[in-house]
Write a protein that binds this ligand. Structure first.
Ligand SMILES: Nc1ncnc2c1ncn2[C@@H]1O[C@H](COP(=O)(O)OP(=O)(O)OP(=O)(O)O)[C@@H](O)[C@H]1O
Ligand SMILES: [Mg+2]
Length: 340
């Protein structure tokens, strides 16, 4: 591709609808992504993100509406559209019995990369996706995060102008997530990137613009900072514990600058807790939530409380969606409790 050419939008979607039976997974959405943008497609589970991306990537037919990729109608000119697109699906379909380099050569061939260029293209894609160290490893022996990265290398290997990435950091550990976010920024210098996520901080880290989707409809659009500031609040620690309340309650109460927002008995001695954590300590220094969770877990174990789940949830997207689908009113007083 020639650099810096103007022309059609990288993505143009016009009243796209996808129905499963009577249920509209995607309900008449329209939007554009200009060349060179890095745009986040943000929405909760089941919002219609993957459905939209699959249609754009030519893996699923729409019920109605049209999509153009790099000026090519995805339904009418699927080959040209696909050539312009590198797609990383949600569940990366990989050939476990192949080695990474071998797989990527095979993929490059399938995607029509000229024979004489395959070695170079594969090498560069492996460098970018940081999989050089596992080039000769069988894919089935890779961790989930590395498999994701091979999926990313696959999306890059034919050097398409547009990258469509479906939850690129799903299944990765915090270090890998940081790396991939940095990588997406880097890729954004040469590619148009459209990526889905349900994590608000993900779009803040990587994207210049965000489209928000909920229940198949676009409910918001803007700079990530704008959206985030509308829901900015402390992160939540979600814990599912198996043990007596009198065993875990003092431990929860002793967490620094934390507040138990909700507790719900799931079954017998199994409780689901939602604990609000402060972002900063009394002196204004950022609190190390990872460390806090580790200590919390140790104390629970010492008190013989079983841990079914322990995770930190980002600021609630549900609140963002609620605020986006409501009339813009003045900030409501915060309510907590029986919404779980
Ligand atoms: N093959 C299918 N048959 C029937 N319903 C489907 C099918 N695929 C998706 N759906 C439904 O369409 C809706 C949108 O699904 P989609 O996978 O696009 O959501 P998503 O935003 O990607 O969610 P997630 O964050 O969980 O990946 C959901 O209600 C889902 O149950
Ligand atoms: Mg999805």
């Amino acid at each position: 591709m020639s650099g810096g050419r103007t022309g059609p939008a990288a993505i143009s979607v016009d009243r796209l609808t996808k129905r499963y039976g009577v249920h509209a997974a995607v309900d008449g959405i329209s939007f554009e992504v200009a060349r060179g943008e890095v745009v986040g497609f943000l929405g909760p589970n089941g919002a219609g993100k993957s459905t939209t991306l699959r249609i754009l990537a030519g893996f699923l037919g729409a019920t109605s509406g049209r999509c153009f990729v790099d000026g090519h109608d995805v339904a009418e000119d699927p080959y040209a559209a696909r050539r312009a697109t590198g797609y990383m699906p949600e569940a990366v379909p990989l050939y476990g019995e192949m080695r990474v380099r071998e797989y990527l050569r095979f993929r490059a061939e399938l995607k029509g990369v000229a024979r004489g260029k395959r070695v170079e293209h594969v090498g560069r894609a492996m460098e970018l996706a940081r999989v050089v160290e596992v080039a000769d490893t069988l894919i089935e022996h890779l961790s989930k995060g590395f498999k994701q990265r091979v999926g990313l290398a696959d999306a890059l290997v034919a050097r398409p102008p547009l990258l469509i990435l479906d939850e690129p950091t799903a299944g990765m550990d915090p270090n890998q997530i940081r790396e991939v976010r940095a990588l997406i920024k880097e890729l954004g210098e040469e590619h148009t990137v459209f990526l889905s996520t349900h994590i608000l901080s993900e779009v803040e880290a990587s994207c210049s613009r965000v489209l928000v989707i909920a229940k198949g409809r676009l409910v918001g659009e803007g700079a990530p900072g704008e959206l985030a500031s509308r829901v900015r609040r402390a992160p939540h620690l979600v814990a599912i514990l198996n043990g007596a309340r009198k065993a875990w309650k003092p431990i929860v109460d002793a967490l620094p600058r934390a507040r138990l927002l909700a507790e719900k008995v799931l079954d017998g001695d199994i409780d689901r807790l939602e604990i609000e954590l402060a972002e900063h300590d009394e002196e204004g220094a950022p609190l190390d939530h990872g460390q806090l969770v580790e200590t919390f877990a140790e104390e629970l174990v010492n008190a013989q409380v079983g841990i079914r789940e322990l995770s930190i949830a980002s600021p609630s997207l549900e609140e963002l969606f609620a605020s986006l689908t409501q009339e813009p009113a003045q900030a409501k007083p915060r309510e907590h409790g029986g919404d779980a």
